[in-house]
Design a protein around this ligand. Structure first.
Ligand code: ZN
Length: 155
């Protein structure tokens, strides 16, 4: 008597929703920004105080970072200590496109050599994610175009 074989029901694979790395907690995409160049935009709603993601990249010395940054208007280097910096130029992390705003909706946190981003208010789908860069290598010589009412005007 022939045996009946039933095709097993497909089992949902436990895959990450978008294949992003585990340290990128929310979906963020790089798009042209009204502020400057490309920006990082939320592709899903982000609640306040949640970690959004990180920038990872090449670990270099601060002196090498300053050499690489010299004369450039746009850089993707973050100093993570007095000696070390992360150059994310070759990284695929979308957070590396995060622009400065004088009225940001996120904040940058340097912890244990890591460059982390946290939401400070609810961020809607399609909203550009911004942080206050604080002190930058531009040392107040680059015009800020963030458009925030309290814009200090310079980076
Ligand atoms: Zn500004």
């Amino acid at each position: 008597m022939p045996q009946l074989h039933r095709t097993p029901a497909p089992v949902a694979e436990p895959t990450a929703p978008t294949g992003r790395p585990a340290y990128q907690k929310f979906d963020v995409v790089a798009r042209k920004s009204g502020i400057d160049g490309f920006g990082a935009f939320a592709a899903e709603a982000i609640p306040p105080h949640r970690k959004i993601g990180e920038i990872r990249g090449e670990s270099i010395s601060v002196s090498e970072a300053r050499r690489r940054a010299a004369g450039k208007a746009r850089i993707m280097i973050v100093e993570v200590s007095e000696k070390k910096a992360i150059d994310a130029s070759q990284s695929s992390d979308p957070m590396r496109f995060t622009n400065h705003s004088c009225a940001p909706n996120a904040r940058l946190q340097i912890r244990d050599g890591r460059v982390e981003f946290y939401a400070v208010q609810p961020i809607a789908v399609g909203e550009e994610i911004t942080v206050n860069y604080g002190e930058t290598h531009h040392e107040g010589t680059l015009a800020c175009r963030c458009g925030a009412p309290g814009c200090i005007g310079w980076l």
